[in-house]
Design a protein around this ligand. Structure first.
Ligand code: FMN
Length: 189
């Protein structure tokens, strides 16, 4: 009997970014996922084509990323969510894929949890399996200063201002990318 060689899991990162913070976060997640042996593709949801839809449909895990605008997903991302409400939803095309969510806001709290809740409900609508945040930051673990700054466990919530992401938020994004890839690797078995 010939056993097909195991290939790494496919991770698609479907994101919208207005001013670059989510693009940066998406890139960090992708790099970290690749470092764990996954194939990771970035998909800007405002530029969807048949090819980019296929990348998402073929993924084992999909990470959804949007800035928090007015306490929820940005309209650019919501349009993508709504575009999946017909065939993709009805035909259960994403059922049993892994899902994760990430968001950025200018404030540490910033109602970012509300965005992650919207993303997780979106994933549940599609019958997906949600991956949350694992890292406990400071002050519980002092050595984790800057990681998971807002103490958000539903997904990755980063703080962004005009000078970009903090070092801790960048590190959190990398850890989140590793977590998604490792989960996808386990999910493949
Ligand atoms: C219309 C608008 C609404 C926003 N609402 C929030 C908000 O509710 N909470 C927050 O923390 N930041 C808010 N922000 C700030 C953005 O979330 C923040 O700048 C984020 O980093 C943008 O991500 P991006 O650079 O990928 O577009 C808002 C920004 C805009 C333009």
């Amino acid at each position: 009997m010939t056993v097909a060689p195991m290939t790494g899991p496919k991770v698609a990162i479907a994101y919208f970014s207005g001013s670059g913070a989510i693009t940066r976060t998406a890139r960090l997640i992708a790099e970290a996922a690749r470092g764990e042996g996954a194939a990771a593709d970035l998909v800007d949801v405002t530029q969807m084509t048949p090819e980019t839809w296929d990348i998402i449909h073929a993924a084992d895990a999909i990470a959804f990323g949007t800035p928090t605008y007015m306490g929820g997903p940005a309209a650019g991302f919501k349009a993508f969510m709504d575009d999946t409400g017909d065939t993709i939803w009805l035909d259960r095309m994403w059922a049993d894929k892994l899902a994760a969510g990430f968001t950025a806001g200018v404030n540490t709290g910033g109602d970012k949890l509300s965005t992650l809740q919207a993303l997780s409900v979106f994933a549940m609508q599609h019958g997906m399996v949600w991956i949350g945040q694992e890292v406990i930051g400071a002050p519980v673990f002092r050595e984790n200063e800057g990681l998971n700054l807002s103490g958000t466990f539903l997904g990755l919530a980063v703080n962004a201002n005009t000078s970009g992401l903090t070092e801790g938020c960048e590190a959190s994004a990398r850890i989140f990318g590793q977590r998604i890839a490792r989960a996808a690797l386990r999910w493949q078995v």
